[in-house]
Design a protein around this ligand. Structure first.
Ligand code: COA
Length: 337
């Protein structure tokens, strides 16, 4: 059998979320908002906030260690590491390299970050799959890890209520079995709309200065209404396109695991696809938007809740800054607990 015929499946999954919960009631004391407004507009009740010194490489390493433990494997068994994050520990080196050291992965493996904001996990899955199908890498850790609390302006009520911190990791493995694991996928981007959700300071174009810090240029800024509009259209379209590509009808999909951005976005996408919300599991209420970590967090929760069954078709779909988007259809392979 040629290596091009290998399939790639999720052998194990693990997550880590910081202990500290920040509730809507607490936020209401920080900015002019209310529990009712936040819940009605976003579905979020609380989010996790990383402790000082608890960085994406730390959270990601813990999530990955859990996945390895569940698989009964060790760091030495990993052949490739890809980290999706929009809040890297430092501009360089990559969070993947920092995580490699913390987890004790081998030194003869590639480790790199993927920068696609909230679509990062779906992008990283696709990159991993394509690298693995060649047969060069048998086991890959794909990790989404974010510390959005570090780029949120805590005085801006239009954004600070939406985001949170956390990490999720999957261990991918190749198999000669057909029609399992990651089946079809698509990725897209629209850099012409980059200003709808961005952070303009702190990079090489505008290095941090006293003035840039004073002007809050290192904070995330968003045009919420426009982002909402694009998110609904692009997520629904991506689902439809990947289903058509795989010749699968939406009725055949057991679970839709969308990027957890906002409950109203999820409702609108479900409605456009004519799918009931009972097939759109969500943990937004407890974590808010954790960007690249949100899909593995939601996937793990749907699995530990007993929703995902071996053989189920699962459609994951994401949208984020860039703009970027992506969708992957997968056949769920029951991982070890
Ligand atoms: N608490 C109370 N009021 C708030 C508020 C808050 N946290 N944030 C905004 N408001 C106010 C606005 O100032 C505005 O007041 P005004 O009418 O006096 O000007 C009013 O609420 C309505 O604001 P608007 O922006 O029209 O609300 P909205 O219904 O569009 O909801 C979002 C705002 C951000 C929740 C919504 O646009 C959204 O979810 N967008 C997508 C965000 C997202 O998911 N981004 C990540 C994608 S990966």
């Amino acid at each position: 059998m040629s290596s091009a015929e290998l399939s790639v499946f999720i052998r194990a999954i693990g997550v880590h979320t910081p202990e500290r919960k920040l509730t809507n009631a607490e936020l209401s004391k920080m900015v002019d908002t209310s529990d009712e407004w936040i819940k009605t507009r976003s579905g979020i009740a609380e989010r996790r906030i990383a402790a000082p010194g608890e960085n994406p490489s730390d959270m990601g390493a813990k999530a990955a260690a859990k996945a390895l433990e569940r698989a009964g494997l060790t760091p030495a068994d990993v052949d490739l590491l890809i980290v999706a994050t929009m809040t890297p520990d430092v501009p360089f080196p990559s969070t993947a390299c920092l995580l490699q050291a913390k987890l004790g992965l081998r030194r003869d493996i590639p480790c790199f970050d993927v920068s696609a904001a909230c679509s990062g996990f779906v992008y990283a899955l696709q990159v991993a799959k394509d690298m693995m199908r060649s047969g060069a890498y048998r086991r890959t850790l794909v990790i989404g890890s974010e510390k959005l609390s570090s780029v949120v302006d805590w005085s801006d009520r239009t954004t600070c209520v939406l985001f949170g911190d956390g990490a999720g990791a999957v261990l991918l493995e190749t198999t000669p079995e057909k029609n399992v694991g990651l089946l079809g996928n698509l990725l897209g981007a629209d850099g012409n709309n980059s200003e709808l959700l961005h952070c303009i300071g702190g990079g090489s174009a505008a290095p941090a200065t006293t003035d840039s810090l004073r002007d809050g240029k290192h904070f995330l800024r968003m045009n919420g209404k426009e982002v909402f509009r694009h998110a609904v259209r692009v997520m629904a379209e991506s689902c439809e396109r990947v289903l058509a590509q795989c010749d699968v009808k939406s009725e055949q999909v057991a679970w839709f695991i969308p990027h957890q951005a906002n409950s109203r976005i999820l409702e609108a996408v479900a409605s456009q696809l004519n799918v009931g919300m009972d097939r759109f599991p969500s943990n937004l209420e407890r974590y808010g938007n954790t960007s690249a970590a949100s899909i593995p967090l939601a996937l793990e929760e749907a699995w530990t809740d007993g929703k995902l069954k071996h053989g189920d078709l699962v459609l994951i779909v994401a949208f984020g800054a860039g703009l970027t988007w992506g969708a992957t259809l997968l056949r769920w392979h029951e991982p070890p607990r």
